[in-house]
Design a protein around this ligand. Structure first.
Ligand SMILES: [Zn+2]
Length: 260
């Protein structure tokens, strides 16, 4: 197994604010306002979405599967589980996502992941907060789902690490990206079914031996952008549990929702 040739924590670091930039900010905001992430209309000083597009976003709320957070159309009770979690219990105990991954959410998520829209990270992190409390309670730290070093080199940043960094600062919980690494460059999951996704990520993640003592006996929160079948976060969770973690929880920006 080849050691990671880049620091695993590598992620875009925003440049420190310059005085001239601060002084010119009101004029620049007037001349070059931020555009809505979805419809591209001007929205002003902060990056985000306009009121009309915000209203289109579908935030996930209870009732939902107690384990994976899949929203239910009606209340089945506080401990109710979806069919997937009943038939194939995942290795993590709790997973929650802010948004349904639908046509309104896709431009935000895809722009953030593939189009360098890293200035949306603050907005996206704040969207997580309503779902975050039970996931973060008692956690020792948060760990972004790692990219393979070759993908990180090409993309220049790990979108999950940016969210974990922001949330770590807001929640005062350590960000520990070095605890998990992706050893295999997996094929993108688009158009794969659950079985193919599971096979694709089997053995893809590991905890470096030198961090086993850090990981052992603690609860960790995995951070990812989109939860589709849960195969990737489950593979990450298994690697952390094998290294001795006591519990793994998951927080994602959005999730694919299907009927129960
Ligand atoms: Zn479930």
């Amino acid at each position: 197994m080849v050691d990671h040739p880049l620091p695993v924590a590598t992620a875009y670091q925003p440049p420190s604010a310059k005085p001239w930039r601060e002084a010119l900010a009101p004029a620049l905001d007037f001349l070059l306002p931020h555009l809505c992430a979805h419809c591209r209309c001007p929205i002003g000083r902060e990056p985000g979405v306009c009121a009309a597009c915000w209203a289109q976003l579908s935030f996930i709320t209870a009732p939902q599967c107690h384990c994976c957070g899949l929203p239910f159309p009606y209340d089945l009770g506080p401990e109710a589980l979806c069919v997937e979690c009943l038939e194939r219990p995942p290795s993590f105990t709790l997973a929650r996502a802010a948004l349904r991954y639908d046509d309104a959410a896709k431009p935000l998520l895809l722009g953030f992941k593939h189009a360098d829209k890293i200035h949306w990270r603050g907005l996206l992190t704040k969207m997580l907060l309503p779902q975050a409390a039970p996931i973060l309670a008692g956690a020792a730290g948060m760990i972004p789902v790692p990219l393979h070093w070759s993908r990180l080199l090409r993309r220049k940043y790990n979108q999950a690490a940016l969210i974990a960094q922001e949330l770590s600062a807001l929640a005062a919980i350590p960000h520990r990206p070095e605890l998990l690494r992706r050893d295999k460059r997996t094929t993108p999951h688009v158009a794969m079914n659950r079985k193919q996704r599971q096979k694709n990520v089997t053995g893809a993640f590991s905890v470096p031996k030198k961090f086993h003592t850090d990981v052992a006996g603690k609860t960790w929160v995995l951070i990812d952008d989109v939860y589709t079948t849960g195969s990737t976060v489950d593979a990450c969770s298994k690697a952390l549990l094998e290294a001795g973690a006591s519990e793994i929880r998951v927080l994602c920006l959005a999730r694919v929702c299907h009927d129960i």
